[in-house]
Design a protein around this ligand. Structure first.
Ligand code: UDX
Length: 426
C-alpha cells in the first residue's frame, strides 16, 4: 500500500518506479501467481493481514536526525483498523527507540481489547543487488519480545532459514541499533581506506595492494575496502548522521563515526582538487564525467558523489559533460544538474574534454577503448576515481592516469632496477 496513487497505478501496470536488476521479473511473476497486489487504501492492505510491515521513508532532518513522522502516521492508521491479532513490524530505518514508541502510541490509538505486537526487522539490502542480498542474507535480525511475534517473523523467513541463514533474535532496541552499527561500521571502513589512499599518494604506495593485503586478514576482511570518491546513497550518509544525532541525544559522543562522516566530505573535496589539478586553470575548461548514480546497477542519485563533484567543478568555472548508462532520465530532471551537457555515451562525454573522470564503476566503463578516448579529448587525462584501470594500461593508450591512492615510488628501488635489467632472480 502506498498513498502515492500514481506509483500504485504504475505498479498495477507492472512499472517499477526505480531501476533494480531482476525486480521487474519477480514482481510480474508474483502478481501473475496471485501473491502480490497493490493498494492505495490502507484498509485494503491491512484487512485480514496477520503481519503488517511499515516501510516508509525517514528523511534526514536539518540537525541530522531522522524524520519519523510517516512511521507514526501509518502506525496510527493501522491501530485504528486492527482486526484480530496483528504483528506490526517496523522496518523503516529509524532511531533506536522508535519501535517501542510505536508500540506505546498504538496502545493509545488501538481499540480496547485489540491484540497486537510490534517488532523490528531491519533490512540490509544493497541497491543494485537487492534480490541477491534478500535471498542470501548474511543474517536476519528479528527484534521481537513475545513468543508469538518471534515465531511469526521466523516463519516468514523460513524459506531463507532453510538454507542456513542465521537468525538473530533481539530486543527492539538492540535490533534497531544493529542496523545503524552495521552501516556506520561499513561507512567507517570506507572512510578508513580512503584515508589510507590519501596517505598512499603522499608516500608513493598503492592502496589497491594495501587493501588486498590487509583484507586477507580475516579479522579485517576484504570487502568495503575500495578507495574512491567517498560513499553516497540513501543509507550510509543518512544513517551515520542519524546515529551520531541520537547518540548525542542520549549523552554519548560518537567520535569515530563523526570522523568517518568528516573524512567522507573531505574525500569528495579531494576528488574535485584532483580533477582541477589535472586540468590546470579551471575556467573555460571542460570535464567529462562517467557515472552519476551513487553506485552501479541503480539509477539512485541520492547523495551521489558525482553530483557534489559536478557542482563544485561548475562553481570553479569548469564546463561539464556527463554520461550514465541508466540514471540520465532522472538526472535530466534535477535542478542541480542544470547547465550540464548530457552525452549519448562515454566517448561523447570525452570529446573535447580536458579531463575525463570515472565516478561510478559501471561495467561498461571497465572496457573502454582508451586509445579512442585519448584521440577524442582535448587533453588526454583520465581521472579514474574508482581505480578500475591500472596506470600502465591507461598510459599505454596515450592518456595521463590519475587514480585514488595509486602512489608510485619516486625512483625505482635498487632491487627493482636489477629486475628491470633482466635478472630473473631480481
Ligand atoms: C548499504 C549497505 O551495504 C546495506 O547493507 C544497507 O541495507 C543499505 O546501505 P547501498 O547503499 O545500497 O547499501 O550500497 P553499498 O554497496 O553499501 O555502497 C554504499 C556506498 O559506498 C556507495 O557510494 C559505494 O560506492 C561506496 N563504497 C562501497 C565505496 O566507496 N567503497 C567500498 O569498498 C564499498
Amino acid at each position: 500500500m502506498d498513498q502515492d496513487q500514481a506509483k500504485i497505478a504504475g505498479l498495477a501496470r507492472l512499472e517499477i518506479p526505480f531501476f533494480e536488476p531482476g525486480l521487474p521479473e519477480i514482481v510480474a511473476r508474483n502478481v501473475r501467481e496471485g501473491r502480490l497486489g497493490f493498494a492505495s487504501e490502507l484498509r485494503m492492505a491491512t484487512r485480514g493481514s496477520e503481519v503488517i510491515f511499515i516501510t516508509v521513508g525517514t528523511p534526514p532532518l536539518p540537525g541530522g536526525g531522522a524524520d519519523t513522522r510517516a512511521i507514526f502516521d501509518v502506525a496510527r492508521a493501522v491501530a485504528e483498523n486492527l482486526e484480530g491479532y496483528t504483528l506490526v513490524v517496523q522496518k523503516s530505518t529509524a532511531p533506536v527507540g522508535t519501535a517501542r514508541a510505536v508500540w506505546r502510541a498504538m496502545k493509545r490509538w488501538a481499540p480496547r481489547n485489540s491484540q497486537f505486537d510490534v517488532g523490528s526487522n531491519p533490512e540490509f539490502l544493497r541497491e543494485g543487488s537487492a534480490i541477491e542480498t534478500f535471498m542470501h542474507p548474511d543474517r536476519v535480525v528479528i527484534g521481537a519480545e513475545t513468543e508469538r511475534a518471534v515465531e511469526t517473523l521466523k516463519s516468514i523467513h523460513d524459506p531463507l532459514f532453510l538454507i542456513e541463514t542465521p537468525i538473530v533474535v533481539a530486543s527492539l532496541e538492540t535490533a534497531e541499533l544493529i542496523k545503524y552499527a552495521a552501516n556506520s561500521f561499513l561507512a567507517t571502513k570506507i572512510s578508513f581506506i580512503n584515508e589510507i589512499a590519501n596517505l598512499c599518494e603522499a608516500v608513493g604506495a598503492d592502496v589497491q595492494v594495501v587493501a588486498k593485503a590487509i583484507g586477507m586478514d580475516r579479522r579485517i576482511g576484504p570487502k568495503f575496502l575500495h578507495a574512491g570518491p567517498g560513499y553516497g546513497g540513501s543509507c550510509f550518509p543518512k544513517d551515520t548522521l542519524a546515529l551520531s544525532s541520537f547518540a548525542r541525544a542520549a549523552g554519548v559522543r560518537t567520535k569515530i563515526v563523526d570522523a568517518a562522516i568528516a573524512a567522507n566530505e573531505h574525500q569528495m573535496h579531494r576528488m574535485v582538487s584532483k580533477v582541477i589539478d589535472a586540468i590546470g586553470a579551471p575556467r573555460g575548461k571542460r570535464a567529462g564525467i562517467l557515472g552519476l548514480a551513487f553506485k552501479p546497477n541503480t539509477d539512485d542519485l541520492r547523495e551521489a558523489p558525482a553530483l557534489k563533484i559536478i557542482a563544485r567543478l561548475q562553481r570553479r568555472g569548469v564546463k561539464v559533460t556527463v554520461f550514465d548508462p541508466v540514471s540520465m532520465p532522472r538526472a535530466r530532471e534535477l535542478p542541480a544538474l542544470r547547465g550540464v551537457e548530457f552525452a549519448a555515451d562515454a566517448y561523447e562525454a570525452a570529446r573535447g574534454a580536458d579531463a575525463l573522470a570515472i565516478v561510478t564503476e559501471w561495467n561498461e566503463f571497465r572496457n573502454l577503448d582508451l586509445k579512442r578516448i585519448a584521440r577524442l579529448m582535448r587533453h588526454p587525462i583520465l581521472c579514474d576515481l574508482r581505480n578500475i584501470y591500472g596506470a600502465h594500461e591507461v598510459e599505454a593508450a596515450g592518456l595521463r592516469h590519475v587514480g585514488v591512492g595509486r602512489g608510485r615510488p619516486a625512483a625505482p628501488t635498487p632491487r627493482r632496477r636489477r629486475a628491470a635489467g633482466g635478472s630473473p632472480r631480481g
